[in-house]
Design a binder for this molecule. Structure first.
Ligand SMILES: NC(=O)c1ccc[n+]([C@@H]2O[C@H](COP(=O)([O-])OP(=O)(O)OC[C@H]3O[C@@H](n4cnc5c(N)ncnc54)[C@H](OP(=O)(O)O)[C@@H]3O)[C@@H](O)[C@H]2O)c1
Length: 319
């Protein structure tokens, strides 16, 4: 992993070149990097970003392209029900946003919600679209229901809490870190418990679990689901394997579902939701481009809180 000088990419048919102001990091960047070896071709990781269009490929109508854009990082998935085998994500194999320039399909551009700062817009997309689909399309969370969100120190979990509160759900969060729990309560969590404790004695039965943490919390999270509850898995930061007694599912009539990223339609709905409720992603740390490698190490170590942004040069501009 290194910072290198590379050729500016050239947009092909239906594509645009963006000059980025910020990129946002995601755990996906770490998974992609860790899956590579010395024989792998060079790759720029990164899925989130904000910037301005500075060039366009053949067939792109350039009128109306001025101003600031964010990127839907999920490529080629339009409708919620037509789930792709594995959603393709910007940053693998298509070069991503941890660079001053990125090429994306023009159809993946979106206007950032007006209430967001530039850096907030730069970290919004991937986590927010995933959370939107997980809570509402798959988890079917409704006003008045109780949702458990483990590992609230993570950027995805933090947004999940804000989205759930926005529809009037009761939210219980967990964390290994006391200060993170206190902060979550200050930001609106109804109940906060330590990861690793026996939640079943501390947490009222929940209707929905939305989990990014994986192995470390799976058993305990399943235990606090009410009969007929829904478990939605969207990540596995601590590992992906777990032993499951199927009787826990069928006697208690638990639904377990997985989801990854979201369709273009859900992405648009997410942006409207974020705008309507004035939701802002929390930027826990900001690094300069020269600190990008350090930023990725910080993400891997899980020592940060919420989203990490990398500043890429011009904060405003483009054509
Ligand atoms: N399916 C998708 O489309 C999709 C999209 C986005 C993200 N994800 C996945 O969602 C996960 C979350 O990503 P993220 O960037 O928000 O956060 P993250 O940095 O991966 O960490 C999530 C949280 O997990 C908890 N955690 C970490 N190590 C732990 C341990 N050893 N024991 C118990 N808890 C631990 C921490 O919470 P506390 O510090 O609060 O304890 C941490 O903040 C990742 O696995 C990511 O790949 C999936």
């Amino acid at each position: 992993m290194s910072l290198s000088e590379v050729e500016t990419p050239v947009p092909g048919p239906g594509e645009v070149l963006l000059r980025l102001a910020y990129a946002g990091l995601n755990r996906h960047d770490i998974f992609v990097l860790n899956a590579r070896d010395e024989k792998s071709a060079p790759l720029v990781v990164g899925s989130d970003g904000v910037g301005a269009v500075v060039d366009a490929g053949p067939g792109v109508d350039t009128s109306g392209l001025s101003g600031e854009w964010i990127i839907n990082p999920c490529l080629g998935w339009d409708s919620p029900d037509e789930v792709p085998p594995v959603p393709e994500i910007l940053g693998d194999p298509r070069w991503g946003t941890l660079a001053e320039y990125v090429v994306v399909p023009v159809s993946n551009l979106a206007r950032p919600p007006a209430h967001l700062s530039q850096v907030e817009a730069g970290v919004l997309s991937l986590a927010s679209m995933t959370v939107y689909r997980a809570l509402f399309s798959v988890g079917r969370l409704r006003e008045g229901e109780h949702v458990l969100i483990p590992g609230i120190g993570g950027g995805v979990a933090a947004l999940a809490m804000d989205f759930a509160k926005a529809v009037g759900a009761k939210v219980t969060v967990t964390s290994r870190r006391r200060a993170v729990l206190d902060d979550a309560v200050a930001r609106g969590a109804d109940h906060a418990v330590v990861t690793g404790a026996q939640w079943s004695s501390e947490v009222e039965p929940v209707d929905v679990v939305v989990d990014t943490v994986g192995t470390a919390v799976f058993d305990e999270a399943l235990r606090v689901l009410r009969p007929g509850g829904r478990f939605v898995s969207i990540g596995a930061t601590t590992g992906a394997e777990t032993a499951l007694d199927l009787r826990d599912l069928f006697f208690r009539q638990i639904s377990v579902a997985g989801t990854s990223m979201a369709s273009a339609k859900e992405y648009t709905a997410m942006l409207e939701f974020v705008t309507e409720h004035g939701i802002r992603p929390v930027v826990g740390a900001e690094y300069p481009l020269t600190g990008a490698v350090e930023a990725l190490h910080a993400l891997e170590a899980s020592t940060h809180v919420a989203k990490i942004a990398v500043a890429l040069g011009d904060r405003k501009g483009g054509v």
